[in-house]
Design a protein around this ligand. Structure first.
Ligand code: 5CA
Length: 465
């Protein structure tokens, strides 16, 4: 993408309404625009990041054996009357009446609707286990929407629902979700720690929240600092292997890590003092096992092996997809702007032309741009007629992990400069080496990248983004 043809409305001033850095940077970098309290438009570059995050979520859910689908945002109130939550949910639920005076609502979550789908189509234990999920907009009429997309009223969430014959099978589904979530967050360059939590209006006894530690987080958390040393990493996971998934759950949840609702000062005091931490965190996901809380009142039963109907054991599992954009920025920025992790960056690198209009510099930039694009990468080429300082400031603000700087002086020696946004370190190399370096960096994030392509006019990679 050439910057002169893109829509990137960066702000010069710090927006007064933003209290935390991620909100400020999302507005300044032209990622979002507020339309009403807690309701945002996703401008092109924000939309790209949102889609990258959603894509990782899909890939990891599908890897875990979970099946994508799509449910509507509007739901009939009657479904929620069946579960008893229509009245319980209170003012957070946005209630709507249609022209036929039917009560509707904008879904804050989908336990009832998925249970309705299940009971309509599944009748036998032989069809289990089953986990269905979707990524869809939700609405919760939060009293205090704040911090931009972190606590929105309209927000984008992945929510998944498992149906199992027994409690044991449903707990395996719980563990599977825990493992797949750890992988999901790590791919986004985040450490999200599973912590024992409270189940709130979703219900059930078993629940963990995933927290990204950040001073601006809304949750108060207590943990043993040793949990921050554990990583899932590249290990192979067989999601059908119950023992393996259980072992990962135990590895990640045996040490003390709790949100304030479930905090137990006595247990906390047993941790060696040097490892006791009280901090704040951003909740980027939550998993629940709630057994038959919805299946029983809503009649979601299957015929068991003995021919008798049994209510299915369920859980639900959510990832805050839109909140993650803010959480990633909270975890990865400096005083000059965002620092996108490579897994979610909207463009893999920037190209800065130090002397727009100089025939040699323009030609070198065009060539670099084409070489990167032909590999399936998407560079953002700053081809504006601007001072170098202004171009660098924009690149730093929008936070692309790598920048290739092209200027007449370097080109005389046959080199361009490749700079890491994170470390600020710059290395001179030939344009060809620069392309190879960027491609090698992204190869693990995009297995579909073709590093030795035939010349090809129409590549499908990310073309709709
Ligand atoms: N039905 C369950 C699991 S699918 C559920 O709704 N869980 S939840 O309430 O914990 O929401 C899942 C995730 O959505 C949260 O962990 C959080 O990351 C995100 N989320 C919740 N409320 C908001 C909000 N107001 N703004 C942005 N993200 C939110």
């Amino acid at each position: 993408m050439r910057l002169t043809r893109y829509f990137l409305p960066v702000l010069k001033e710090n927006p007064a309404e933003a209290q935390i850095v991620s909100h400020r940077l999302m507005l300044r970098a032209g990622l979002i625009k507020q339309q009403a309290a807690g309701i945002y438009s996703w401008l092109p570059m924000g939309f790209k990041v949102l889609r990258r995050i959603e894509q990782i979520v899909h890939e990891e859910q599908i890897r875990a054996g979970h099946i994508p689908m799509l449910m509507p945002t509007l739901q009939p109130a009657d479904l929620w009357r069946e579960s008893g939550r229509y009245d319980d949910y209170g003012q957070e639920m946005l209630r709507i009446r249609d022209r036929h005076e039917r009560d509707m609502l904008y879904g804050p979550t989908n336990e009832e609707m998925i249970t309705d789908i299940f009971r309509a189509h599944v009748g036998s234990y032989k069809d289990l286990p089953l986990t269905l999920y979707h990524v869809q907009w939700k609405f919760r009429d939060e009293i205090r929407p704040r911090f931009g997309v972190m606590r929105g009223r309209e927000f984008y969430m992945k929510d998944g629902y498992n149906f199992d014959l027994t409690r044991e099978d449903a707990l395996h589904a719980y563990n599977r979700h825990l493992v797949s979530y750890l992988r999901t967050y790590e791919r986004m360059g985040l450490q999200a720690i599973p912590m024992r939590a409270d189940s709130g209006p979703i219900g059930g006894d078993d629940t963990h929240e995933f927290l990204v530690l950040a001073d601006t987080g809304e949750s108060e958390v207590f943990y043993d600092s040793a949990v921050t040393d554990i990583r899932l990493g590249e290990r192979e996971i067989d999601y059908d292997d119950k023992a393996q998934c259980q072992a990962v759950l135990e590895e990640f949840t045996s040490l003390y890590a709790r949100t304030d609702e479930t905090h137990d000062p006595e247990a906390f005091a047993k941790i060696p003092e040097a490892r006791r931490r009280q901090a704040r965190g951003i909740e980027v996901g939550q998993i629940f096992y709630f057994g038959t809380k919805y299946s029983e009142p809503m009649g979601a039963t299957v015929q068991g092996p003995d021919g008798k109907p049994v209510p299915v054991h369920m859980g639900s599992h959510g990832i805050g997809v839109s909140r993650l954009v803010g959480a990633i920025i909270e975890a990865s920025h400096d005083e000059n702007g965002i620092i996108w992790p490579e897994g979610v960056t909207p463009f893999q690198c920037g190209i800065v032309n130090l002397k727009q209009g100089d025939a040699e510099a323009d030609a070198a930039c065009d060539k670099l741009y084409k070489a990167l694009a032909s590999l399936g990468l998407e560079p953002l080429y700053d081809d504006r007629d601007e001072r170098a300082g202004a171009k660098f400031a924009t690149m730093d603000l929008i936070g692309l992990p790598w920048r290739i700087t092209v200027g007449p002086r370097g080109l005389k020696n046959g080199v361009v400069e490749v700079t890491s946004r994170k470390t600020g370190e710059s290395v001179e190399m030939t344009p060809k080496e620069a392309v190879a370096k960027i491609a090698a960096i992204y190869a693990p994030h995009h297995p579909q990248l073709d590093l030795h392509p035939e010349p090809m006019a129409n590549r499908s990679f990310h073309t709709w983004l």
